[in-house]
Write a protein that binds this ligand. Structure first.
Ligand code: NAP
Length: 309
């Protein structure tokens, strides 16, 4: 049976990734979309979720591509309407909201797929397998991009619940928590807030694994020139580097996997969503979100130069 999907929030990621992935997947039928200011050609379009649910009652699932501040209300509404839900990252504005959504999905017997798209990047599975039997010594994350290039005009990212530089940074933490054989906690953080914005433009995290191994992370939205989305991990028997957001893996400097682009992530996400819906299961893991929340809780704050969106 083809799953009829309603897509909510037609912005950059919906157009760049969700619509092409849905159109290419025979297990889905993009049956409707809802967005206040946008529509999708040849797909019935509605101004909001409630109108879409009323007009197309036989939708099986709702895929939510709005900013995180709008995730909770939409996901709750969709679950209460009996739909399966796929949720973009970051999963919500607060950690408690995710717990409530997971409870609601379980109570209603619906699928909640709380996604971390970077976990589906080409090098991630092999990195996890490499680390499974090795002893970690140290690690560092360098996640630096030009916000003007990647998030042009996105005001929500600077507002409370918008995550600032953690909007991309949480992708690194989603990969880290996926590939490490044991857990990791935040021990300290420095968050830099532009004088005129409410979310951080840069952050440094000091993390430590259960075994006491230190892992540092540098997130920065002010990167010009070469962009970096890299994770480097040193073990007693070799070192790995995941580059380009997890797409490329090298072991001891030798390239092992190299994805052409992030083009594979969303097709894999939707395959997983279809599998979960068919199996009647949910997938929720808020550890990356907890790391970000903990950085906000214990991080030192520094005010830096104003930033124009
Ligand atoms: P975007 O370009 O701003 O699009 C989001 C759309 O959601 C908006 O165009 C807007 O469309 C709608 N929306 C609903 N409620 C909103 C609100 N309260 N504030 C602002 N817009 C609202 O953002 P995006 O880049 O697609 O990102 C959306 C989500 O996907 C985020 O959680 C982000 O982290 C995630 N994501 C983004 C990327 C990327 O490369 N951009 C990659 C992976 C994941 P209407 O005005 O028509 O309602």
């Amino acid at each position: 049976m083809r799953l009829k999907v309603g897509l909510l929030g037609i912005g950059k990621i919906a157009r760049d990734q969700h619509i092409p992935a849905l159109n290419a997947n025979p297990r889905f039928d993009l049956a409707a979309c809802a967005s206040r200011n946008a529509s999708v050609s040849c797909v019935p379009s509605f101004p909001d979720l409630d109108t879409m649910l009323g007009a197309v009652p036989d939708l099986h699932c709702i895929s939510i591509c709005t900013p995180p501040q709008a995730h909770f209300d939409a996901a709750l509404t969709a679950l209460r309407a009996g739909k399966h839900v796929m949720l973009e990252k970051p999963p919500a504005a607060t950690t408690r909201q995710i717990a409530l959504l997971a409870d609601e999905a379980a109570r209603r017997g619906r699928t909640l797929f709380q996604t971390w798209h970077s976990r589906f990047a080409g090098g991630v599975d092999a990195a996890r397998e490499f680390l499974r039997t090795r002893k970690l010594v140290s690690g560092r994350i360098i996640w630096k991009e030009d916000v003007h290039h990647w998030h042009p005009g996105q005001r929500w990212i600077w507002e409370p619940g918008g995550f600032g530089v953690f909007d991309p940074g949480i992708n690194a933490l989603s990969v880290l928590t996926e590939i490490l054989p044991n857990d990791v906690c935040v021990e300290g953080a420095l968050l830099e807030f532009p004088q005129n914005q409410q979310s951080p433009i840069a952050a440094n995290l000091r993390m430590r694994t259960e075994d006491g191994v230190e892992i540092g992370a540098e997130f920065d939205f002010r990167q010009k020139g070469e962009q970096s989305w890299d994770i480097e991990l040193q073990t007693t028997t070799g070192a790995i580097k995941l580059a380009r957001g997890g797409a490329d893996l090298s072991i001891d400097g030798r390239s092992v996997t190299a994805d052409e682009s992030m083009a594979g992530e969303y097709p894999r996400l939707y395959q997983r969503f279809a599998d979960l819906c068919e199996a009647g299961k949910s997938e929720v893991d808020w550890r990356p979100f907890q790391l970000v929340a903990d950085a906000f809780l214990i991080g030192e704050r520094r005010i830096v130069a104003p930033h124009d969106i």
